[in-house]
Design a protein around this ligand. Structure first.
Ligand code: EPS
Length: 399
């Protein structure tokens, strides 16, 4: 059982989204603004649709926090959907008279979108209206993940860990990755419209988004997540389900529209020789987090044997283009069984910049869980003591 558990609930056009985080120690400073900052970061990005103009996501703590500190009890968080006001009749939890009429409620979706959960969800859950599926499959759900991730980030920050991301590819355009990432990666990335550090490539990406919008198309892309300040030895090599790379991959691949994750140089490692791939090790006194050594390169992306090395953790996350196309693809109408054009609901042209923020949240949740697994503690002070004691022992080894 994980040490930091979380779950979410909520439909895209329902009254609200909910996140429940269990296992966070007591005494962690936690303010609404910590969560709201992350929620706002997820809402930005060139290429989003009109919905992001409607919503201004704000958290309400319902449980687990008092006077700006966690209590050690489950943390319950609520984010209201402003758009609910426009959807009450369609999403009302109570039955309505129109449900019994032949046409039923408005805004039914039966011309299922290729690439979306619509068709498979509808068949599996035995529903007639794909709205019953798409409302939960919607990326709106990731708002609640980012709220949960904000708690994990606070916990990691209290242990000297920083989680950031930036966009490295969009719609066929690669960004040049600076040799040295900025110290405050998110401050630099958040300042640009696509969260991209290469301003020239970004202009081309924006042009491609504009062109895709004009032709009713959508675009995918890749974000890189970078985590600094981790100690050596989170995760374990001993069993498949304790390996940190597997846990990270599962969490990242659960993000809507994510199709792949690379660690370090990822798939490129398969194309190179061992001498070109493995990071040579040299003494580096004064680095307790890595055991007083340093890797000459970081092709492994901070993970060896399913454990952190203490070098920066580097993940790249690939997102496919959004499945809702304004110039729709061909499909079958599940009401008539006939060929039709897929439904074209309001949506985004791309949400890759937001996906980077969501990937940060999922990464933070896995890492905070791994921290609690290794160091334990019912209070933040106890967790910090255990963490410091371990680092002192590691520092003795090759110091
Ligand atoms: C989404 C469709 C759009 C997006 C939404 C995800 O919403 P709507 O259907 O209301 O126009 O804006 O993303 C969010 C609401 C969000 O908060 O990220 C979809 O179908 O997945």
């Amino acid at each position: 059982m994980p040490h930091l558990r979380f779950t979410t609930a909520g439909e895209s056009h329902g009254p609200a989204l909910v996140a429940l985080v269990e296992g966070c120690p007591a005494g962690l400073p936690l303010l609404a603004e910590h969560v709201n900052h992350e929620l706002a970061r997820r809402q930005q990005g060139y290429g989003r649709g009109r919905r992001m103009v409607i919503e201004t996501d704000r958290v309400e703590f319902l449980a687990g926090v008092r006077a700006g500190e966690t209590l050690g009890s489950p943390i319950a968080m609520l984010v209201r959907n402003k758009d609910w006001a426009n959807w009450e009749a369609i999403m009302d939890p109570a039955p309505r008279p129109e449900d019994d009429q032949e046409d039923g409620r408005k805004r039914q979706l039966t011309r299922v979108r290729p690439g979306h959960a619509d068709l498979t969800g509808l068949l599996k859950f035995d529903r007639d209206d794909a709205r019953d599926i798409l409302e939960r499959a919607s990326a709106r759900e990731t708002t609640a993940r980012v709220a949960a991730g904000a708690v994990a980030k606070q916990l990691l920050a209290a242990l000297g860990v920083r989680v950031g991301s930036h966009l490295v590819h969009l719609g066929g355009v690669d960004a040049a990755r600076p040799a040295q990432l900025p110290d405050d990666l998110n401050a630099a990335a958040d300042a640009s419209p696509l969260r991209c550090l290469d301003g020239i490539a970004e202009q081309e990406m924006i042009a491609r988004i504009d062109a895709a919008k004009k032709e009713g198309n959508t675009l995918g892309g890749i974000c890189e997540v970078v985590v600094t300040g981790l100690p050596v030895g989170l995760g374990a090599h001993v069993s498949w389900d304790r390996k940190l790379d597997g846990r990270l991959a599962a969490a990242i691949c659960s993000i809507p529209a994510v199709k792949g994750v690379e660690m370090g140089i990822g798939f490129d490692a398969a194309r190179r020789t061992g001498a070109e791939v493995h990071d040579e090790i040299e003494p580096a006194p004064g680095n307790p987090r890595t055991g007083n050594v340093r890797r000459r390169s970081n092709n492994a992306g901070g993970l060896e044997g399913g454990m952190t090395t203490g070098e920066p953790l580097v993940l790249r996350v690939a997102m496919k283009p959004i499945a809702t196309l304004m110039r729709p693809l061909q499909t079958v109408d599940v009401k008539t069984g006939e060929t039709a054009s897929a439904a074209a609901e309001r949506s985004d042209v791309t949400a890759v910049p937001a996906m980077g923020v969501i990937a940060e949240a999922m990464t933070a949740l896995v890492l905070a869980d791994a921290m609690l697994e290794k160091f334990g503690g019912d209070s933040l002070a106890e967790l910090q003591r255990n963490h410091a004691g371990y680092l002192a022992r590691v520092a003795e080894r090759l110091g």
